[in-house]
Design a protein around this ligand. Structure first.
Ligand SMILES: [Zn+2]
Ligand SMILES: [Zn+2]
Length: 372
């Protein structure tokens, strides 16, 4: 395969030699069809009170899944940006399993290759292959030969050393059936009184569909639209739409510049919406999370200035000294009452924006309810 150099400095595009994964394609067709059917059931076939109950279950299960992905597979296991005690690791593993986004081991392997070779042939969801490919299309293909080559060069011993990851990997399918399907379906059935099939389409399929797209936008939108204040030479961008939909994961230019920051953002939750960072800080209060890693404010400022200069002189960046500039976590900062109110309001609004899909469904439901 020929790797073509683009106008900047990245090789692109490994379209060839990748087998289509028909099982994934068929599953995604079924998933979206049943999700649309679930929306139809919600809007046209049930009273408002039952609709609200379904929305509560979908949102609750969706949020739990987000904690498993963002606080677990991403910040804890992929990046080792903090450490967690056993109860928290078990909780995050179960939350992660209910999202049906592969095992933590595979998720982290893909993600580490994504970071080290972002937007090249080896990147599993290379954004230079187009918006659709980076969003969901990459799942319809086997990984590129370049991906497998690079994956072999990385060390995943730290992941394999964690008994929680090994346990999830070994019992993935039974755990998946319980956490992804049975628990949400029966919880919906118990709380709403709807049939198991209705709950399967809403609490399992629709929830899964929405949750997947919330994850995917980090790979697609946040690699294409937004600002690049920390490193203008890379594709990942800070995007507030993604920040809200992915519970604080949209500071993506920052995150690719400082991937080992446990808050995946410069300001944590004290100044910007970052509910997962608030969760990790909360866990840290009880000792469940510890060794929270974060660069000092001076180092971030220095890195930003250096990044701006890069545009002119095209110097390579050098992060060799980054680990020597860690500060303690932001939990120790004094916030003040007024700021706390602002933060709470921001997070409440952020959580509403996060459920925009469900809010739109509710708006449609109200329209239908009013005119019927
Ligand atoms: Zn990325
Ligand atoms: Zn990452």
């Amino acid at each position: 395969m020929v790797a073509v150099a683009d106008e900047k400095h990245f090789p692109i595009v490994g379209k060839q030699q990748q087998r289509l994964l028909w099982s994934y394609i068929i599953y995604f067709i079924i998933l979206h069809t049943l999700s649309i059917y679930g929306c139809y059931l919600l809007i046209f076939t049930m009273p408002l009170s039952i609709f609200i109950r379904h929305i509560i279950v979908v949102d609750l299960m969706g949020k739990l899944g987000s904690f498993g992905i963002v606080a677990g597979a991403h910040r804890l296991w992929s990046h080792r940006s903090y450490r967690a005690r056993l109860p928290l690791r078990i909780f995050l593993m179960l939350c992660h399993t209910m999202t049906f986004e592969l095992s933590i081991l595979k998720w982290s392997q893909l993600h580490r290759v994504h970071h080290k070779w972002s937007d090249t042939d080896a990147d599993p969801h290379n954004s230079r292959r187009g918006f659709f490919y980076s969003h969901v299309g990459w799942l319809f293909f086997d990984q590129s030969p370049e991906y497998y080559e690079k994956e072999k060069t990385l060390n995943f011993d730290d992941l394999l050393a964690d008994p929680i990851i090994r346990f999830q990997d070994q019992f993935y399918w039974p755990l998946l059936v319980i956490t992804w399907a049975i628990v949400p379906m029966y919880l919906g059935h118990w709380y709403t009184g709807s049939s198991l099939f209705v709950c399967f389409t809403i609490e399992v399929m629709l929830r899964h569909c929405l949750a997947l797209h919330h994850t995917f936008i980090v790979n697609s939108i946040a690699h294409k639209y937004g600002s690049r204040p920390y490193d203008p030479k890379i594709e990942p961008r800070d995007n507030y739409f993604v920040v809200y939909l992915a519970l604080g994961e949209g500071y993506h230019n920052y995150h690719h510049t400082f991937p080992w920051d446990y808050s995946a953002s410069e300001h944590g939750w004290q100044k910007t919406f970052n509910i997962i960072t608030a969760f990790i800080d909360f866990c840290a209060l009880f000792g469940l999370a510890y060794d929270l890693r974060k660069p000092s404010a001076e180092f971030i400022a220095k890195r930003s200035e250096k990044a701006l200069k890069m545009i002119d002189n095209n110097n390579d960046d050098d992060d060799d000294d980054q680990h020597s500039t860690l500060s303690t976590s932001s939990t120790s900062k004094n916030i003040g009452f007024y700021n706390l109110i602002i933060i709470l309001l921001d997070n409440l609004i952020g959580l509403m924006i996060n459920t925009i899909g469900l809010v739109l469904l509710a708006a449609l439901k109200i329209v239908v309810f009013y005119y019927s």
